[in-house]
Design a protein. Structure first.
Length: 179
């Protein structure tokens, strides 16, 4: 039975019931950036560092040549590679081009197709806002009704002097009425 030293210390009751025996030979220290892992005389699993090896994306900062627009350096299986940056875009109806980022899900991307309309009273003003097709947050080009987005509230009608905005049947739109 090993004691958690990557198999370099073993319990061998035939040798001792009160101490660990030191194993020799190959082991695996669990670090992708080492090679030739072997048990040392103290019972530790030790390997030699691999050149240009990474353990996190941060280790790949400064990779040469530098990544192009919408690419990122990433650590994959101990090696720095350049790959597409999934949150980056340079064109599209759902792309914030100046920031090169995807618009969040539910951002208005088509103001020509009204999906729904809401009304509210704000003092003596009737306000409305429209719901349009929205961005899905994962594609710079996907604008659909499955991710609807609300536009801003805008004044639709200001009631005359002495009138108030009030909801009245039969419709969802408020009207101006004298109190």
């Amino acid at each position: 039975m090993a004691n958690g030293s990557f198999g370099c210390k073993l319990c061998d009751p035939a040798t001792s019931v009160s101490s660990w025996a030191i194993k020799t030979g190959a082991c695996n220290d669990g670090n992708v950036c080492t090679t030739g892992d072997a048990c040392d005389p103290k019972g530790a699993c030790v390997g030699k560092a691999k050149a240009s090896c990474c353990t996190s994306d941060a280790d790949c900062a400064g990779i040469q040549p530098p990544p192009a627009v919408c690419q990122a350096a990433a650590c994959v299986s101990g090696t720095c590679v350049v790959q597409a940056d999934p949150g980056c875009c340079t064109t599209g109806v759902c792309c914030n081009v100046s920031m090169q980022t995807l618009q969040p899900a539910g951002t208005v991307c088509d103001t020509t197709t009204v999906v729904d309309t809401q009304y509210q009273c704000n003092s003596n003003t009737i306000e409305k806002r429209n719901q349009y097709y929205g961005c899905n947050g994962t594609s710079p080009n996907t604008c659909s009704s499955s991710t609807p987005a609300w536009g801003p509230w805008k004044a639709s009608l200001t009631c005359g002097a002495g009138d108030i905005c009030a909801f009245a049947p039969p419709g969802p739109q408020p009207t101006c009425k004298t109190p």
